[in-house]
Design a protein around this ligand. Structure first.
Ligand code: FAD
Ligand code: AMP
Length: 471
């Protein structure tokens, strides 16, 4: 039986990062992953690299160019005629990006001398792990520490089967070779909005049905209301309060029955994407046999140091619940590795940035105004619109706003919310500010380059003290 200090199950952003950090700290590490790509080849990087963050952003970037060429180029004096959109080539570029990055993970693991196993892992007693390798062989190994980083997979709603022909999950939605004429999406969450944006830009009429009454309830309401308006203006037909009851599919036609304010409605589309959330990947891991407890939704229960109910077994990333974000899993992976090496490490769950890569992008970190209100915190806010930024005008990208929420007495920044171009990059300043316990006054006194979009954060901080200069 092979012996390791640490066995990591899963090579997604939580698992591979944990494995590399463990190896850097001097552990003998094994990392097992069962993923095979469309060509049947074992591949690393998990959901994030293969069917998640990376391919979705590749398509969002390509289709953003399409949108620019069609809608904005003329204003820049660029006359485009005969523009042809070749979706199969766009998809090939996306596949190439995925290939480069998954190969990159393989070489990083190799460089760090992590031993990689391609196959399905199952836990046994006494810290043993059994691997059914894709080549048909089996491996038995034992680890002082076992880290479960098996991730998550798309879920559906009762009686709605995903066939990835007519009814698609996020993976199917990323792989379409042509834009459906009418595309239905169930769920106006991150994935629904990103996939809706891609296919709307490529010509589909997109109708999104969302069960909740409020759009993006986790975001600050100022931002979510403005985002809803901007996305609707682009052509996304987002219908709130619509709980989907039944779906029937035949080739090229999907009929969706949903309830709107108690009344039954019907929608006919050519394809339907189900984007109603994700569930933990625990099947086949043998958790019961080793007494690893899960919660009611199936996520592995962990304590503040990612320990499961079974000694020596840990869980990180999507499978351990909480924010289902790649960077959250990676941070947990690094912090856990350092704990295993008896070092001090932590993850500040109050400073995790969220991003939705629509255009404009939506990004936030920390508390929303409505959260502060609900918990009785006395706060102040500062807002600043992109249309008051010189750089945004130079870019011809002026929609959106910055909003800072800070404590009324101490001035400490509690949250920051951005709707606008490159919000995914701009939010980083707010993460640093919250991590460093900065006040709005600190940001207000820091020099921001001119002209830049980041000036909006500076002005929002000034606005929190009612002294914005340019608005
Ligand atoms: P995963 O990435 O799911 O990896 C788990 C790995 O474990 C898989 O490779 C799987 O094969 C392996 N595994 C499971 N069971 C076993 C077993 N028994 N034996 C061996 N191997 C096993 N997050 C962001 O932060 N930003 C984004 O922009 C973003 N966009 C997304 C877009 C889409 C369309 C989707 C679907 C997700 C997106 N996410 C995004 C979420 C992100 O992909 C996940 O939060 C992240 O991948 C979770 O990482 P993980 O390592 O916990 O799990
Ligand atoms: P996320 O949690 O970001 O993946 O988003 C999933 C979205 O799907 C949430 O906003 C849910 O409210 C929504 N949703 C879940 N079930 C249904 C349903 N039956 N009909 C419509 N929307 C749903």
């Amino acid at each position: 039986m092979q012996q390791f200090d640490v066995i990591v199950i899963g090579a997604g952003p939580a698992g591979y990062v944990c494995a590399i950090r463990c190896a850097q700290l001097g552990f003998q590490v094994a990392c097992i992953d069962k993923w095979v790509n469309a060509k049947g080849k074992p591949t690393l990087g998990g959901t994030c690299l293969n069917v998640g963050c990376i391919p979705s952003k590749a398509l969002l970037d390509s289709t953003h160019h399409v949108h620019f060429l069609r809608e904005q180029a003329a204003q820049h004096g660029l006359k485009i005629s005969g523009l042809e959109v070749d979706i199969p080539t766009m998809q090939k570029r996306k596949d190439k990006v995925v290939q480069i990055l998954t190969r990159g993970v393989a070489s990083l693991l190799k460089k760090n001398k992590v031993e990689v196993f391609a196959g399905s892992a199952r836990l046994g007693g006494e810290q043993r792990v059994h691997v059914d390798q894709h080549d048909g062989s089996t491996v038995e190994m034992q680890g002082r520490h076992i880290v479960i980083a098996s991730g998550s997979q798309p879920t559906s709603i009762p009686d709605v089967g995903i066939d990835n022909e007519n009814i698609l999950d996020s993976t199917g939605a990323l792989g379409l070779q042509e834009a459906p004429e009418r595309l239905g999406i169930i769920g106006a969450g991150v994935i629904g909005l990103e996939m809706g944006s891609v296919w709307q830009r490529l010509g589909s009429e997109v109708i999104i049905l969302e069960a909740l009454p409020d759009f993006l309830p986790a975001a600050d309401q100022t931002v979510s209301k403005e985002a809803m308006k901007l996305l609707a203006k682009q052509g996304l037909d987002i219908r709130m309060n619509c709980r989907v009851q039944e779906v029937q599919a035949s080739t090229g036609k999907v009929s969706v029955t949903y309830h709107l304010n108690g009344a039954e409605q019907r929608l006919e589309v050519n394809k339907l994407i189900v984007a109603v959330g994700r569930m933990a990947n625990t099947e086949g891991l043998g958790l019961d046999g080793v007494h690893v407890a899960t919660d009611q939704k199936g996520f592995i229960k962990v304590d503040a140091h990612w320990r499961t109910s079974s000694e020596g077994i840990y869980a990180i990333g999507d499978v351990a619940g909480g924010a289902m974000l790649a960077h959250k899993g990676s941070e947990e992976g690094m912090a856990l590795a350092e704990h295993l090496a008896d070092q001090y490490a932590h993850v500040n769950y109050d400073a995790i940035p969220w991003v939705i890569y629509t255009w404009p992008e939506i990004a936030w970190v920390g508390q929303t105004e409505q959260q502060c209100k609900a918990s009785g915190i006395s706060y102040r806010t500062g807002e600043f619109p992109f249309r008051a930024l010189g750089r945004a005008h130079a870019m011809d990208d002026t929609a959106g706003l910055f909003k800072i929420v800070c404590d009324k007495e101490s001035d400490r920044i509690l949250g920051a919310h951005i709707l606008g171009p490159s919000a995914s990059e701009l939010i980083c300043e707010a993460v640093v500010a919250i991590e460093s316990e900065l006040c709005a006054e600190d940001l207000a006194r820091m020099v921001h380059a001119h002209p830049s979009l980041a000036e909006g954060m500076h002005e929002a901080a000034l606005a929190a003290d009612q002294r914005a200069i340019h608005f």
